[in-house]
Design a protein around this ligand. Structure first.
Ligand code: SAH
Length: 242
């Protein structure tokens, strides 16, 4: 990933420069376009020291365009770890939303196809796909409840209001042993999803989990959880095709 530069100072002030061909202005002064070609330590026009380096995938990812709420990184982490997504994985995802999950997965998997029914969301994902240079991400305007065209899929991720309606499509598309992951914010959704899985004979290994991330503040001997509410995002249910 060569696009973009990151400026960071010792206090953790951080700027993502998307267009490194121009001067860049901050509240700490500006950096000239010739500074963008440097690596390591540079100084702003007011003399404040910063480090400059090439933006990595995560620097660009944190700044993607978003319309719907994107799935938080803590939950992306569990999806990858539980299903073992890797460079040979073929994945189907729905709904695309802003492409938060599908873009992250495309950066590590072989191929990701994401479905959405809304044109406005598809345009946002197209934009994010381009800015992250993800050539292995396919975007489809299609209702996931109506069927999945791809076959022999390793992992299907669902972030849709009625995930149980996608079980028939998912069962046909997944390879044996493949994972279906459903992300839902409310308990009735996971109750209905798990119940619908249980009455079938083609899924097993049901596991539902919620990840709670607590950030800590560490300042000399003042070491404690940051004073912030522990927000709820969603529950993740994992099942395997048998
Ligand atoms: N996981 C996404 C956010 C998804 S938001 C991210 O990380 O960015 C939920 C999306 O599901 C919405 O964009 C909505 O249009 C889409 N959606 C709802 N029902 C759907 C269906 N039946 N098939 C495909 N997409 C659907």
């Amino acid at each position: 990933m060569s696009k973009g530069k990151v400026l960071v100072d010792r206090e953790g002030n951080k700027f993502l420069i998307k267009d490194a061909s121009k001067d860049y202005h901050t509240k700490f002064g500006f950096f000239g376009k010739e500074d963008m070609k440097k690596a390591g330590k540079i100084k702003s026009s007011t003399g404040k020291a910063f480090s400059i380096f090439d933006a990595s995938f995560i620097d660009l990812y944190r700044r993607i365009k978003r319309n719907a709420q994107i799935i938080p990184l803590k939950d992306v982490g569990l999806i990858i770890a539980e299903t073992g997504i890797n460079k040979s994985s073929k994945i189907v995802d729905a709904g695309a939303g802003s492409g938060g999950l599908s873009c992250f997965l495309a950066a590590i998997a072989k191929e990701v196809t994401t479905y959405d029914i809304r044109e406005d969301f598809i345009e946002i994902v197209e934009f994010n796909k381009k800015s992250l240079e993800l050539k292995n991400l396919k975007i489809k305007k299609k209702d996931i409840y109506e069927g999945i065209d791809e076959k022999n899929i390793d992992v299907i991720t669902l972030d849709v209001p009625e995930p149980w309606k996608a079980l028939d499509s998912a069962a046909k598309a997944l390879k044996a042993g493949g994972f279906l992951v459903s992300y839902s914010p409310t308990i009735p959704q996971i109750m209905d999803f798990v119940e619908a899985v249980r009455i079938r004979d083609d899924f097993s290994c049901i596991k539902t989990s919620e990840i709670i991330e607590r950030i800590w503040e560490i300042e000399a001997r003042k070491v404690r959880p940051k004073s912030q509410p522990i927000g709820h995002s969603g529950f993740l249910t994992f099942v395997r095709k048998i």
